[in-house]
Design a protein. Structure first.
Length: 483
């Protein structure tokens, strides 16, 4: 059976009073009754927008706030990708999406090149989930040779000289980000990794800030796939490639990396995408804080509806209510009823394997930092902790214990981290991650976490200020040692 699908694109020009309309007609044979085709296009809400088409009415995709976009058609397991600019007008005739179409109309050179290109290099447009079984050198060399062949194909195409600059840029970005995405796939082969492999430094030398934050390439799927993997890789790299077993901490650390590394619209898109996609692993406070950080960017309007819809779902509120309904998670109540009465019984291990109790420090004010080697936000606080300690006189320091309690899984991981990280204070271990004695005792569900214990051994604040809140925590400690 034959169907004709009309897609209408409304491009916004630089002038707010001007729009350009582009009509694309797709003639498809050999479809069965009830078959559908999906049009996947970057939308204002999010880039992975799917519309199921039943070949009845023209599909209008409006308000494309750029002069070009990437469109993917999908029928069953077949894909066809094309690039549309605000001057295009062409006709695609398919027998089915697994075969090259007949292309006619205005400005068809680019469409013909891309069509021939994707059928010749189909790996650019499909993503295998098969495990990679060769070494990194062999794997990267194969990727590089493929990339070189693809670039040569574009450069040597008969009508390449007639292509617009944006068309050439699109094709080169398609190839470049395909290479980078697949390179990082070697390191990150799981959808939700707890650990990843590090890549040789020489292979990462091409990664520059403008390659990572590329607002002009946001509409290209290969770029977005690369960006996802690169931010996960950067997060594990920041943690010395130590395992991150808790997904809540992984998402939180990725957000920290994204905010510090990305720029412009790329930062706004990526953070908004993480917030809406993984909101069930993000606390209300973290979600709200990051929305405030990106809402001042002009491109935030593109994601505002998705953010508001996520807030309406109220999932993080439900998570918090569930936690509060459990007696063992009521932190403030536990602080009064449990922590003060039994903190001195908590047993920890020092770097020599000796068991230490909090009661060993009785008579001094204790500022506790609960951390782990895989926690990026924890490590970001260490320089502030060093500056905080410098504010006290030697005489005052004699009355204070700066106690760092790691919840790493075992001593080996903990000690390896201590060799790489400069920590000034008393280092102890409570092994076992979220099942460690210290997290159970103080009902800790996220780190870094700080606690203040007075000279009598009483927990006066089980959610104390961070070292980065230097003046506030300094004054609180001073009050405790002088009273």
């Amino acid at each position: 059976m034959r169907y004709i699908l009309y897609i209408v694109f409304i491009f916004n020009s630089l002038s707010i009073f001007s729009q350009h309309k582009v009509d694309i007609k797709i003639d498809v044979n050999e479809f069965n009754k009830g078959d559908t085709i999906q049009v996947l296009t970057p939308s204002l809400s999010f880039v992975n927008f799917d519309t199921t088409i039943i070949f009845q009415n023209p599909i209008e995709i409006k308000k494309i706030n750029r002069t070009e976009t990437e469109i993917r058609l999908r029928h069953k397991n077949s894909y066809y990708t094309f690039h549309v600019e605000n001057e295009d007008e062409f006709f695609l005739h398919f027998y089915n999406l697994s075969e090259m179409p007949l292309i006619e109309g205005k400005n068809t050179d680019k469409a013909k090149l891309l069509s021939e290109f994707q059928f010749k290099y189909s790996d650019l447009f499909s993503y295998s989930k098969q495990p990679i079984e060769v070494g990194i050198d062999e794997y990267e060399n194969s990727l590089y040779l493929n990339m070189k062949q693809q670039i040569d194909f574009i450069n040597n195409y008969n009508n390449a000289k007639d292509l617009s600059l944006s068309s050439k840029s699109y094709l080169y970005n398609l190839v470049k980000y395909n290479y980078l995405n697949r390179l990082f796939t070697y390191s990150i082969q799981d959808t939700h990794p707890k650990s990843i492999k590090s890549l040789p430094t020489i292979m990462l030398n091409i990664i520059k800030p403008d390659l990572v934050s590329n607002d002009a390439a946001l509409y290209i799927e290969n770029y977005r796939l690369f960006l996802d993997k690169y931010m996960v890789y950067s997060t594990f790299k920041e943690n010395e490639f130590s395992p991150i077993n808790d997904r809540f901490e992984l998402i939180k650390s990725i957000l920290v990396q994204a905010y510090s590394q990305l720029n412009g619209q790329t930062k706004t898109y990526y953070i908004a995408n993480i917030l809406t996609k993984y909101h069930t692993f993000i606390s209300e406070e973290t979600f709200t804080n990051y929305v405030k950080l990106i809402s001042s960017d002009s491109s935030y309007i593109n994601y505002k509806t998705s953010i508001e819809n996520t807030i309406k779902k109220n999932t993080f509120y439900k998570v918090q209510e569930l936690e509060k309904s459990k007696p063992e998670l009521k932190e403030k109540e536990s602080n009064k009823d449990n922590s003060n009465s039994s903190s001195n019984k908590l047993s920890l291990i020092d770097t020599k394997g000796k068991k230490i109790r909090l009661s060993d420090f009785k008579g001094k004010v204790i500022y506790i930092d609960v951390w782990a080697s895989w926690c990026g936000p924890c490590r970001q606080q260490f320089p502030y902790a060093k500056d905080l300690q410098k504010k006290f006189t030697d005489k005052e320091k004699e009355k204070i214990v700066f106690l760092y309690i790691s919840i790493d899984e075992n001593e080996t991981i903990w000690k390896n981290a201590l060799e790489k990280i400069e920590i000034h204070g008393t280092n102890l271990l409570s092994p076992g991650g979220w099942n460690s004695d210290v997290t159970k005792h103080f009902q800790i569900r996220s780190i870094p976490r700080y606690l203040l214990i007075d000279k009598s051994g009483k927990v006066v604040d089980n959610n104390a200020k961070r070292p980065s809140q230097t003046e506030e925590i300094y004054n609180e400690i001073i009050n405790l040692i002088t009273n």
